[in-house]
Design a protein around this ligand. Sequence first.
Ligand code: ADP
Ligand code: NI
Length: 221
Amino acid sequence: MKAGEIMKEKNIHLTEKFVRNTLGEDSTGHDWHHIERVRKNALYIAKKEQAGDPFLIEMAALLHDIPDAKLNTSKEAGERKLSDFLQEIEIAEEASSSIKTIIESVSFKGGNNKKVLSVEAKIVQDADRLDAIGAMGIARAFAYGGKKGQPIYDPGLEIRKVMTEDEYRNGKSSSINHFYEKLLKLRDLLNTDTAREMAEARHEIMEQYLHQFFIEWNGQA
Ligand code: ADP
Ligand code: NI
């Protein structure tokens, strides 16, 4: 193996350890297992599409939730945590800055993200979005809702078709509303053909789930 490859492997290993330690206890759906699924999905998409730099993709997938404002005391504190870590490891300045850019452009932000994405950002974003839909997405939505104390469903709450970031984070919702506000839209927001293909079964299970949910909600089961 070339020296550069050994360095990359070492960095992946250090990053994995750092992320495990930092996110380990989170129960809002950003635990280590979420990270591992995003990493796997991202590497799979990259391989299938034969696109992107696998090292940057793996690093960005591993680190993508580290600067998240809701897992830190502030947006700035989160960004600092990511920068400090990248400073600590031996990584080329160019790679470090690409990783930060990929992570910045990945998050959903209520659907109005009009940034031009690099191919690596497109792949990591798809991988993160795939983990928000399907069987996994259903589980995460209710886990998040439970932690926030929001209802499973509340027929009195309107579905917010368009929201600001603040409304998305702090407004009143229910886990079932979240499917209509975000999860059912994600299939059409994917960047790569591979992810679109992977999204089909995931989208379908959500639709089936909602269909059955309302049958049971209305007491017609
Ligand atoms: P990301 O992993 O892209 O940062 P979020 O932080 O928006 O995603 O959400 C984390 C998980 O919690 C996702 O699975 C998302 O669908 C779910 N979630 C976010 N907001 C809500 C909500 N209001 N109700 C139910 N689930 C939510
Ligand atoms: Ni994520």
